[in-house]
Design a protein around this ligand. Structure first.
Ligand SMILES: COc1ccc(C(=O)NC2CCC2)cc1-c1cc(C(C)=O)n2cccnc12
Length: 121
């Protein structure tokens, strides 16, 4: 809105600037760092209609496309569920997706978010 000072980065957006790197760090093999290519994942674009990855989320965050924290959480969960849809349970991708989902769910709980808000630089 017009009366928001230009520097205003709504507290929840600053929270996302803080949370995104925390989640990326847990993806140690960078399996979720960039869009999955059909070259390495045959038929991926036919099976997964809404691909998502950390680089896309970072770009959306920078472009101010996340109106609230829930939209960010939805993309994070989409990224994980895509991997659990395309890959079978015995794969490293499925297992990493499951782990990230658990970490994300824990991070996004209010009792974790509220104390973070006070720690923001
Ligand atoms: C950005 O995506 C990737 C980047 C790098 C790698 C990779 O280093 N794979 C090597 C570990 C065994 C081959 C895998 C992926 C990858 C992610 C995924 C996901 C997230 O489904 N994937 C699925 C099938 C085949 N490859 C992948």
């Amino acid at each position: 809105n017009h009366d928001t000072p230009p520097g205003d980065r709504r507290p929840f957006l600053r929270l996302l600037d803080y949370i995104l790197p925390l989640l990326e760090k847990r993806d140690v093999n960078h399996f979720f760092a960039f869009p999955v290519s059909d070259k390495f994942a045959p038929g991926y674009s036919q099976i997964i209609k809404k691909p998502m990855d950390f680089s896309t989320m970072k770009a959306k965050l920078k472009r101010g496309e996340y109106g609230d924290i829930h939209a960010f959480q939805d993309d994070f969960e989409l990224m994980c569920t895509n991997a659990m849809t395309y890959n079978t349970q015995d794969t490293i991708y499925y297992k990493m997706a499951k782990k990230l989902l658990t970490i994300g769910k824990c991070l996004f709980t209010p009792d974790k978010l509220i104390p973070m808000r006070d720690q923001l630089p």
